[in-house]
Design a protein around this ligand. Structure first.
Ligand SMILES: NC(=O)c1ccc[n+]([C@@H]2O[C@H](COP(=O)([O-])OP(=O)(O)OC[C@H]3O[C@@H](n4cnc5c(N)ncnc54)[C@H](O)[C@@H]3O)[C@@H](O)[C@H]2O)c1
Ligand SMILES: [Zn+2]
Length: 262
């Protein structure tokens, strides 16, 4: 392991001392679990379709079967995936620190790693509801392998009104779930905000790091690529989440030595 740099030592001290730490995660958090980000490159049946044109109410009205097929593929990918070392490290951090975990991810990998998510600001893939009347859809879907999802698939019907059942995610142009957004905004009152794997391009979630900074938080970005968050972060860790987070958590744990490679 490399010796800690001055800034790494400062960061560790800040984390160790912080009363409240808020973690904001984006699609990059789950990339190493095999869930493609929207803006990354990936090779699949769906890669030539643009998420910006699929994840909208207009797309649903125009071709619900295409949109449902895409979501069934994403649900199958998530069901087949496992939390990565980064998800597990955050769950471990919450055992020793007061963590508020806010995610833009619609997967359930934080929960499966043992974390409590304070706010899924963009909803969840698996919280199905009726497009017309909003009634939650409790019936479970038949399991399907990600490789076997056809590109067009009829969505299930609502048991209350017969409308089409949609995924419980926030589409582009839709409002965020009110309670989740309120929790997320309240969590910007913290001493330290870790921003992991987000391009910072999707508003209003992208405003949270700046809001935290304006309220006095130290903002630390974990992302191998520079983003708009880099412009306002006090510190950047230019590494992948599954590498940087376990190193950080190990370095904070006195039982496990004090020479981090962050
Ligand atoms: N897993 C998911 O739930 C999932 C997947 C794709 C998209 N989305 C949705 O898409 C929207 C896109 O916004 P976004 O900012 O979250 O994602 P994004 O696709 O816009 O950006 C992903 C970011 O992650 C970074 N990244 C890639 N691999 C990484 C890694 N291993 N470790 C750390 N960072 C890494 C990239 O450099 C990029 O900045 C979100 O609203 C989200 O709901 C969710
Ligand atoms: Zn209905």
């Amino acid at each position: 392991m490399a010796a800690p740099t001055e800034t790494a030592e400062n960061l560790l001290a800040r984390i160790a001392d912080a009363g409240r730490i808020t973690v904001l995660t984006g699609a990059g958090m789950s990339a190493e679990s095999g869930i493609p980000t929207f803006r990354g490159t990936h090779d699949s049946l769906w890669s030539r379709l643009d998420p910006m044109t699929l994840a909208t109410e207009d797309a649903w009205r125009a071709d619900a079967a295409l949109v449902w097929g895409w979501y069934r593929w994403r649900m199958a990918l998530v069901s087949q995936a496992q939390p990565n070392a980064g998800h597990r490290a955050l769950a471990q951090l919450a055992r020793t620190h007061r963590i508020a975990l806010i995610t833009q991810n619609v997967d359930d990998l934080h929960e499966r790693a043992g974390s409590q998510v304070l706010a899924h600001v963009h909803g969840s893939l698996f919280a199905l509801r009726c497009f017309d009347c909003g009634q939650p859809h409790a019936e479970s879907l038949p399991p399907v392998s990600a490789d076997a999802v056809p590109q067009r698939l009829a969505p299930p019907r609502c048991q209350a009104c017969g409308g089409l059942v949609r995924p419980g995610v926030v589409w582009f142009g839709e409002a965020l779930p009110q309670a989740a957004w309120q929790h997320a905004q309240a969590a910007t009152r913290c001493e330290l905000m870790l921003v992991v794997g987000t391009s910072g391009l999707v508003q209003p979630a992208a405003s949270l790091p700046m809001r935290a900074r304006q309220q006095g938080a130290c903002v630390v970005e974990i992302n191998p690529a520079r983003t708009v968050v880099s412009e306002i972060a006090h510190q950047r860790i230019a590494e992948r989440a599954a590498c940087a987070l376990p190193a950080l958590v190990a370095a904070l744990d006195p039982q496990r030595g004090s020479s981090p490679a962050i």
